[in-house]
Design a binder for this molecule. Sequence first.
Ligand SMILES: [Mn+2]
Length: 347
Amino acid sequence: MAFDPNAAALEDSGVFGLPFDEASARVVLVPVPFDATTSYRKGAAKGPAAILDASRQVDLFDLDLGRIYEPGIFLRAPREEVLAWNAAATAWAEPVIAAGGVVEGDEALTHALAEANALSAKLDEIVHADVSTLLAAGKIVGLVGGDHATPFGAIRAHAERFPGLGVLHVDAHADLRPAYEGFTRSHASIMRNVLDEVPGVARLVQVGIRDFSEEEHETITGSQGRVVTFFDADLRRAILGGSSWVAEVHQVVSALPKQVYVSFDIDGLDPALCPNTGTPVPGGLSFHEATWLFEAIVRSGRTIVGFDLNEVAPGEDDEWDANVGARLLYRLIGWTLSSQGLLPPRR
Ligand SMILES: [Mn+2]
């Protein structure tokens, strides 16, 4: 049956109900169903499958961008080894999390932590290799997590290809901990690891941040401008005092270099939009505030070179989080394509 963008998606169709294969798609989505070090509430590993399901309900025509799907979007199947590593690392991590990350003097726990960390390092390597290969083939790459540890290799691959890169980090959390519960590749450490290990990232610009430690705050203030954080409380105070989201986002975008990678933790949004995510925090962005952020990057003449969407966790019998995630992903893809001149301007 021929593809009809106005009709309901066929059951065995690809992401967003589209007919593309990897060769014919300009945008390749890499799923990383891994959440081994998530301590509070698991489920992000189920994100890619839930987003795939929910994506078939997304209407393909966009008021601002038109036919976002036309350059082609393809979601890969998850790697078997990633599924196996997630199961193994989750089992190793469990007793460590139960001990609050205190493993000193306990041989079994020390071993378990080392095994979990080793599997996380392997994950970073395979993601880096996959994304590097796709970028070299001229693809636009989006990673679909998984928890917020999963995109490290993707950010590294983009920074190697686009040195001087800016990372726009939307999140409730600063993710700047040197390690969390002993896990060196934790979802709570990803941006610290980026700062320490990815020199090609010139600047980290954070939006929506409202949950962080004093040590993380010192990392920001001591970063000599490499980290620019727009705390959620400051943004809201400015808007309550008469400023607007448009004016505030102008400041955010002005802090970014010309080439931008977007790392989007769904918990950066209002938790009403992601009630089942691992660590929800009150406050945060509305859906339209988030998409305006993407649009403002593009309207400023900057280029979105790649992105990830992480921490989308479906609830039991509740596809709401994935529904929001799929729609956010579609618009993130759209603005990325638009910034690269791959969608004709509509208005
Ligand atoms: Mn995060």
